[in-house]
Ligand binder design. Structure first.
Ligand code: GLN
Length: 247
C-alpha cells in the first residue's frame, strides 16, 4: 500500500466542464486498489508544495486564465518546472494546457505567460473549436483511444521539445489543421480533452496513476485491473455515437 500526493492547482479558477471530476477518478481508482491518496489544493499566492507526485491544472475561460497566469509563472513556475523535471506527473487540461506551454494569446489579443513545461504555443483564432473528440495515443507501448469534449478558441502548435499526445480520430485537436492533439514531455501531459477526461478513459487514468505511484515509491508497477464495465461502456458509447454521425 502506498501514499500518493496530488496537488490540484487553482481549483476555484480553473474548473470548467467538471474538471474536478478528474481528481475524483484519481482518488477512487487508487483507493480501490488499497492505496492512500492525499489531495492538496493550491491557489493564488500560495507556494507550490514540492512533495506531490501528481500536479493537476484544469481548464478555464480566458478571464479565468488571466487571473492565474501571472501567479503560475512567477510564484509557482520555477518549482513546477523542477518537480516535473524530477519525474512528477503533470496533467494540464485545455486552459491549463495552454499555460503549461510557452503562453496563450487570448481572444482579445492579451498575451498570458506560460511556464514552458511543454514546448507548445497557443494563439486564439476567430472561431471556437467545439465538439466531441477522440484521439489515438501510442505511449510506452500502449495504444489507447481517448474520448472527450473540446471547446477552445486557442490554436496550439507543438514544438520539437514535446511530442503530440495523440492523433485526432475525429474532432479538432490542437489547431484543426495538423491532426495532432495535446502535448507530452516525459510525464507532463497537456490536452484539450474535457468531459471530464478521466471517467470515460480508465486505461488512460491508470497510466497516469502508474506514473504517480512510480514517482511516490521508486518502483514501476502495473495496476491490477478493476471492473470497468460502466466506464468502458461510457467510452464505447462516445465512440459509437460519433461514428453514427457525419463528421
Ligand atoms: N480559454 C481557452 C480557449 O478558449 C481555454 C478554454 C478551455 O479551457 N475550455 O482557448
Amino acid at each position: 500500500m502506498s501514499r500518493v500526493r496530488v496537488c490540484h492547482l487553482y481549483p476555484k479558477e480553473l474548473n470548467i466542464y467538471a474538471d474536478r471530476g478528474n481528481i475524483a477518478v484519481l482518488k477512487r481508482r487508487l483507493e480501490w486498489r488499497g492505496h492512500h491518496i492525499e489531495v492538496h489544493e493550491c491557489g493564488l499566492g500560495e507556494s507550490l508544495p514540492l512533495d506531490a507526485d501528481f500536479y493537476y491544472l484544469g481548464g478555464g475561460q480566458d478571464r479565468d486564465q488571466l487571473l492565474v497566469a501571472a501567479d503560475l509563472a512567477t510564484v509557482k513556475g520555477d518549482h513546477l518546472r523542477s518537480v516535473v523535471a524530477d519525474g512528477a506527473v503533470m496533467l494540464a487540461v485545455c486552459g491549463g494546457y495552454q499555460l503549461a506551454g510557452h503562453g496563450y494569446t487570448g481572444v482579445n489579443g492579451v498575451r498570458m505567460p506560460g511556464i514552458g513545461i511543454l514546448d507548445a504555443d497557443t494563439v486564439a483564432g476567430s472561431t471556437r473549436l467545439i465538439g466531441d473528440v477522440a484521439i489515438d495515443i501510442d505511449i510506452e507501448g500502449r495504444q489507447l483511444t481517448v474520448v472527450g469534449f473540446e471547446n477552445h478558441a486557442g490554436r496550439t502548435h507543438v514544438g520539437s521539445g514535446s511530442v503530440p499526445l495523440g492523433t485526432v480520430r475525429y474532432g479538432h485537436g490542437n489547431n484543426d489543421s495538423d491532426h495532432t492533439e495535446g502535448a507530452r514531455t516525459g510525464r507532463a501531459i497537456g490536452t484539450y480533452l474535457h468531459g471530464p477526461l478521466l471517467p470515460k478513459n480508465p486505461d488512460f487514468a491508470d497510466l497516469l496513476l502508474e506514473w504517480a505511484l512510480a514517482h511516490a515509491t521508486g518502483i514501476t508497477c502495473e495496476l491490477a485491473p478493476l471492473d470497468d464495465e460502466i466506464e468502458t461502456s461510457a467510452h464505447d458509447a462516445a465512440l459509437a455515437r460519433r461514428g453514427s454521425r457525419p463528421s
